[in-house]
Design a protein around this ligand. Sequence first.
Ligand code: BGC
Length: 824
Amino acid sequence: MKIKSLNHLMKASLLSILIISGVSCKNNQKDYEKEDNQLITLNEYRFKDLNKNGELDLYEDSRLTIEERVKDLIDKLNDEEKASLLIGIGMPGFDWETMQFMAGADLGKVPGAAGGTHKIKRLGIPSVIVADGPAGLRINPERDNDTITYYATAFPVGTALASTWNEKLINNVGKAIGNEVKEYGVDVLLGPGMNIHRNPLCGRNFEYYSEDPMLSGKIAAAIINGIQSNGVGTSVKHFVANNQERNRMGINAHVSERAMREIYLRGFEITVKNAQPWTIMSSYNFVNGTYTSSSKDLLTTILRDEWGFKGLVMTDWFGGYNNSGFNPNILKNEVSDVTKQLTAGNDLLMPGLTKQKESIIKNIKNGNLTNEAIDTNLKRILELVLKSPAMNNYKYSNKPNLKEHAEVTRQVAAEATILLKNDNNTLPFNSKSSSLAVFGNTTYNFIAGGTGSGDVNEAYTVSLIEGLTNAGFSIDKELESKYLPYVKEQNIKEMARREKEGGLLAVPKRIPELELDKSTIQNKANSSEIALITIGRNAGESGDREITNDFNLAKDEINLINNVSEAFHAKGKKVVVILNIGGVIETASWKDKVDAILLPWQPGQEGGNSVADVITGKVNPSGKLTMTFPVNYEDAAATKNWIGAPAENPTSVTYEEGIYVGYRYFNTFNVKPSYEFGYGLSYTSFDYSNLTLSSKTFTDKISISVTITNTGKTAGKEVAELYLSAPEKSIDKPREELKAFGKTNLLQPGESQTITLTLNTKDLASFIPNKNAWIVDAGTYKVLVGTSSLNIKQKAQFSIENELIVEKTNPTLALDLQFTDLKH
Ligand code: BGC
């Protein structure tokens, strides 16, 4: 075996080579082996099989920098190979004529994965496999002619994860997900999703974290750092302003640069700076007239030049095609503007269509696509390939520790549960003296997570009745015998309907509540000590939710709550509602009728156990809302501009509410919510004291500490939420904004913990469009630390003498339609 270009090689890394003739030996770092009087690394030795000349190419030498290796690789690629690498491998086994997977087709290395990059066999470059996310790995659980199963763990949906406000715990979830990704032979997880909850009706809100960008950014960074610690990648999606599903591939979102930078981009910015995701997925929509996948402003100027993103950008599946229903004729006959996408900084076109490849080759030949442009794309793709488990020939086991991960999901789902109401300590409830009267369809058919690409193929879901049974409760048998067959039958019908109407992408429909006559409910009020009612909601990719019978409860649900509450209260017994939902619903009209409300969201496969842990008090709830629950749907400013026009198939939507999204609107405009952002109760109580600032004047940083004491009788955790109210010299600002948060450890009764939070200059700044800069106004800043955005426990202030220009930005994202943002 010869080593090519020895000079180069010597220059790069001869320093660590040990010359020992005739033997293989080990130093602390690397193994070396002698062959033909030349020294090679074991890594090189591995590659000798791949190289038909028996020669070692520079790109194969892991001692060289990735940059040097990638350069060598690019030099060796011909145009055809370059074009292949710039598009994905399609969806293995998928037939574009029938829009279905073909029976018996080869589904590739990891069946059920969403795609991958092309391999270049002659150079030993493997295909890198990407699979959905984000609530766990999404692959097929079974394979043809194979008795082994490939289930993955369904973790709580994104909204639930964020409701923990616990970065450490979320980092652990990331570690577990990343382990499954790696052990099932996948290289990149297509998640997390972190679009902003602009409106309660977005069908994919369950996948996303919050209406607040700082919280979203911190939670995303925590999970990414956990996933990537396994040596696999993530794809943060959908970049950006993909806040509705209706006509998601053709909607033009008109958004001011300020709202983009402060709200819609800010979470991604925090994530990039704190976690460097291996990849980012551009979204389907246009922003101000340009597809995000063709926007140089977004993908190069902001993402790379301003934020320092180092990874690659891939499109969402068929991004750049105006084709909301995945129409095969469009996919077969049309082609996205590959030149614009690649030169904008969208490196990889997914899932990859033949027409796109042909178009790339044509445009290379006619000079529209310069080598300089595509080499930049290729460099990013190859950097990913070189660091992937596939390239390193990782021997994945197909046996991740699902048992251990089930424990992780059980724990995180319990910590994600939010206690919305708990009159007279209705919960925890532990009495086993009578059977539990459990109402509501979804109690018997718990929803672990939403539908679409975010749906994980888990081995099982623990329903609430199973969880309660596991916790030692007996379930009322009469109710069970009515609900179980009803739910089963309805569910079969609903699944058949979905199969017919788009399968994975069909919008789920709610199963109407089983009608129970009043006398049955009366009997239960006599025989049971307490009533539980579950209200369920499901939603998913490609459709948004509705106001009627969805955001607002349906008549059958209201009847159930009314009848059960009346009967149980008449007997002096209590009623608990459990919200097994993926997004915000109306609560104001019925919350007074019940005694306690628990919100576990869609809590993953161990959901029933997790909720039972909270009901029994094994876990004291410490989740907090990451969005506002309005009194009426219409209360939020963004609802006025939802869903764009024309309503059935909107092509244009204007974000006139500007930065006033979620609590930024409710608090500033004094609109009373049903439950405010940051809200969540506990079985214990906490006292806040000793708010201390490191200084009364701000220069470049300030530390803020607060002591939290458990003043109740039960151990519990509390989130300290730090809001900042800034002076409004240069621009109007929200009354207050979340700028930092910290969660205590499990505090025993009487125990205290001091939480210290730091604010940097950027945390204080607003984006001032006409100055193209993030600016901190001079004046007085109020620090508000509380248990929710409206329940502030401690206040202090600091001042800034002179205006600070924190960052100059490039002029970007010019409007294609004139409007002015809402101001207060
Ligand atoms: C979704 C993405 C997903 C991709 C691959 C798209 O339809 O919007 O979130 O990652 O499909 O399955």
